[in-house]
Each structure stands twice: as C-alpha cells, then as structure tokens.
Design a protein around this ligand. Sequence first.
Ligand SMILES: Nc1ncnc2c1ncn2[C@@H]1O[C@H](COP(=O)(O)OP(=O)(O)OP(=O)(O)O)[C@@H](O)[C@H]1O
Length: 240
Amino acid sequence: MPDGATVKTAMLEVSDLQAFYGESHVLHGVNLEVRQGEVVTLLGRNGAGKTTTMRSIMGIVGKRTGSIRFQGQELIGMAPHRIPRLGIGYVPEERGIFASLNVEENLTLPPVVKDGGMTVQQIYELFPNLQGRGSTQGTRLSGGEQQMLAIARILRTGATMILLDEPTEGLAPVIIEQIGVAVRKLKQRGFTVLLVEQNFRFAATIADRHYMMEEGRVMDMIPNNQLAANMEKLHTYLGV
Ligand SMILES: Nc1ncnc2c1ncn2[C@@H]1O[C@H](COP(=O)(O)OP(=O)(O)OP(=O)(O)O)[C@@H](O)[C@H]1O
C-alpha cells in the first residue's frame, strides 16, 4: 500500500523541465515536487539553475519544455500574466520594490489576485520592522527591511505559494533570523514556500526538504531531518 506522502497530491509538480535563454540551454530535465504547506529549498552553487527554475515556473524564461503543474493545472504554454493569478507569488533576488514609493504604496501596489490575502495590518504584525514605517520611502529602508517589504507585498495578493529567491543574501545574522521567524509563521498559516538558498544553515532552520541542484538538474533530495547525516554530500554539491 502506498504511503501517505505518495497519496497526497503535490501542489507543484515539475517534471523533465528544460529551459533556454536564447540558444543557451540552462535546465536539463528538472524534477521536483512541493506539497501543500511545505517549505522546500533549492540548494546549489552559483549557476546551478535555481533562479532559472523559479523563473520557469513564472513563465519568464525564453523557452521551457516539460511539465510544471500547479494544483493540477499545466503552466507550460500558459501566458505569463495568468500564472500569478493562480496564486503563485514570486519574490525575485533583486527584490524589485519601488524606491520612489513609500512602504504603504509598495504594499498596496500589487493587485489582489485571489481571496484570502493578508491585510496590511496582518502584514505589519508579521514584519514588525515595517510597522509605523508606512510613509518611509523605499530608498530609506535597510536591506533587511527591503527584503521584508518584498515578501510582504506578495502576501496581500492572495498568493498561497510563495517563491523566494535568496531572501537572506547580504543580510546581517539578526535580520536573517527575523526572516526565518516570518517564514515559519507563513508555514503555520498554511502557505507553501519554495526557497532558493546558498545559506544551508538558514535553510535547515525552516525547510522540510532540500533539493540539490547541479548543472541544470536536480541531483538529490534530502529531508531536513537527514541533513546532518548528509553533510559530506551537501558540501560537495555546494562546493564549500
Ligand atoms: N538571462 C540569461 N541569459 C543567458 N544565460 C543566463 C541568463 N540567466 C542565467 N543564465 C545562465 O543560466 C545558468 C543558470 O543560472 P541561474 O541564475 O538559474 O543559477 P542559480 O543557481 O540561480 O545561481 P545564482 O545563485 O548565481 O543565481 C548560468 O549558467 C547562467 O549564466
């Protein structure tokens, strides 16, 4: 009899995903799945294809083939503007917040695409650093606050699956810890998170499972509770 994990349908199912930027063939058959309510990471060295996997899910690479199913719907071939409307929110590595707008404007600018998004008040409770900063201009925020705002504004849209690309990059340990607290709270609220990370120590504090990527492929999957036993493998994949 199959176990519970195989019976439960994946929220996101990626199979044999190939992606191209022009002539450049970047993903060579990525396979992974994320179940509802999980926090799953993509780990790997620079250039392994982690960001491209996220961009492929959002439909913003040159060309992609294979299959990406979100809640049973095929995303390959779907127009990129329709993908966020299914409830997938993307927080890119460059954050993409508007420097000339203030915190409140940045928060309320993205359209609400689905019912059930968080209110601005709930968002401030999740990110206390942003509370009371509503009229502060984007440029005046610290790197950590900008990262929090980049995540926060997606939560208002009603997205239930959040793609986070290296949210801890360049941030101080104390801020990384706060981002970790927020991600754990999102998991408690039932959000599903796919996270790109180079910092596996941070990833280990929040994730259920880790996919190891190398040269445009998923090479391995390590459940978080087996990370300690797989350190050697991890160091090889990450080159650390
Ligand atoms: N716009 C682009 N055009 C052409 N090649 C690209 C483009 N973006 C990324 N690549 C190439 O695709 C490969 C995978 O890059 P990707 O950004 O997905 O890796 P990554 O694992 O996210 O690493 P990083 O942490 O450096 O972003 C790299 O060889 C990169 O040079």
